[in-house]
Design a binder for this molecule. Structure first.
Ligand SMILES: NC(=O)c1ccc[n+]([C@@H]2O[C@H](COP(=O)([O-])OP(=O)(O)OC[C@H]3O[C@@H](n4cnc5c(N)ncnc54)[C@H](OP(=O)(O)O)[C@@H]3O)[C@@H](O)[C@H]2O)c1
Length: 329
């Protein structure tokens, strides 16, 4: 009989998450039946979406939602042989018994020298988000100027690098000097620390005096209001996320974007990467090729130990990660 450790959401978050919102529990798992597998989690992901989704996709007492890379350790499903690795969405747990319906095998021919945790990052959901935001939503063209915020994170760091592959000027903002240095290493053209610039407005204007064709929006709130004023006419905005409001108990209020959107004739579209699920496999292969060619570089902030998942999650929400935040179980 295998025991699974799980992290449960005891109580809906109220404001910024705290340790007492989570509880570590142990579950006895049944033997896998025909068609099922037993998985042992190798890497777990902590992502910003878990904060807002906890409210409308979960009940109090549920295991925290989330994705993992896991190894098949028992199999009664020939599609998932023992020893193979899969990406699943079973939440914060060390072991899982499931049928194969929600599992994706890790890309075939995964190179020995690439960590499997990238299947949760640059060659996984965040990488796909960057790619779809740029190609499907923004339709970014060579020679254009793109702005991305939360630029040193899992999504933002890939956004900037894909925009460079496409021959664009890239401006990124991030919340520490170490993050700024990382973005320069990645080849971003202009980078600034939004926490220390005296004026966000001046920093954006200095980075691109002629304004922005495209804005890949990860943050929302005040940053968004200031950036929208500096879009070029007919600029496009892909709303990927709004992490600056996820922990608010009371909604932030204006300034509101309609005036600038109207005067500059802007286009703003929100999106979820799952809209293009039908092309994930082909897209993951493109991301893998860019990583292998060195055109997409990656950084990970790895927390060791399943016990430290809540700390890693809260740390990511506080901005402690550079690149993708993952947990090595
Ligand atoms: N639409 C989709 O399908 C989809 C998929 C994945 C992710 N997303 C969204 O994409 C965004 C980035 O996600 P990610 O996985 O790449 O996370 P991430 O950037 O790796 O980590 C979160 C980062 O957000 C920044 N941040 C936190 N609080 C902030 C605040 N109040 N103001 C400004 N920045 C803040 C921090 O960096 P700094 O130190 O730079 O502040 C932190 O490191 C999130 O909004 C997320 O919800 C959307």
């Amino acid at each position: 009989m295998v025991q699974a450790k799980t992290w449960v959401l005891v109580k809906y978050f109220d404001g910024f998450p705290k340790n007492s919102d989570f509880e570590l529990k142990v579950e006895e798992l049944p033997e896998p039946k025909d068609g099922e597998v037993l998985l042992e989690t190798v890497f777990l992901s902590v992502d910003p979406y878990m904060r807002p989704f906890s409210k409308f996709r979960m009940k109090e007492g549920d295991v925290m939602i989330g994705g993992q890379v896991a190894k098949v350790i028992q199999s009664k499903n020939p599609a998932f042989p023992v020893g193979s690795h899969v990406v699943g969405r079973h939440g914060w747990r060390t072991h899982t018994v499931c049928d194969g319906s929600q599992l994706e095998p890790v890309l075939a021919d995964w190179p020995q020298d690439l960590p499997l945790s990238l299947a949760l990052g640059a060659i996984g959901m965040p990488g796909l988000t960057a790619l779809y935001g740029i190609e499907e939503v923004l339709g970014l063209k060579k020679g254009e100027t793109l702005l991305v915020n939360a630029a040193s994170g899992a999504v933002g760091s890939v956004v900037g690098q894909i925009a460079k592959i496409k021959g664009c000027k890239v401006v990124g903002s991030a919340g520490s000097e170490a993050k700024v240095a990382f973005l320069k290493e990645l080849g971003f053209d202009e980078v600034f620390n939004y926490k220390t610039v005296g004026s966000l407005e001046d920093a954006l204007r200095k980075a691109s005096p002629e304004g922005y064709d495209c804005f890949f929006e990860n943050v929302g709130g005040y940053f968004s209001s200031v950036a929208i004023e500096q879009m070029k006419e007919f600029g496009r905005i892909a709303v990927c996320g709004s992490i600056s409001v996820y922990n608010d108990s009371t909604p932030q209020t204006g300034p509101y974007p309609q005036f600038n959107m109207n005067m500059k004739q802007l286009k703003m579209e929100g999106f979820m990467q799952s809209r293009w699920e039908y092309k994930h496999q082909e897209s993951l292969k493109r991301l893998m090729a860019w990583v292998r060619e060195g055109k997409i570089k990656y950084r990970e902030t790895v927390t060791k130990g399943f016990e430290n998942m809540p700390a890693a999650f809260m740390g990511m929400l506080r901005g402690e990660n550079i690149g993708k935040a993952v947990i090595a179980v």
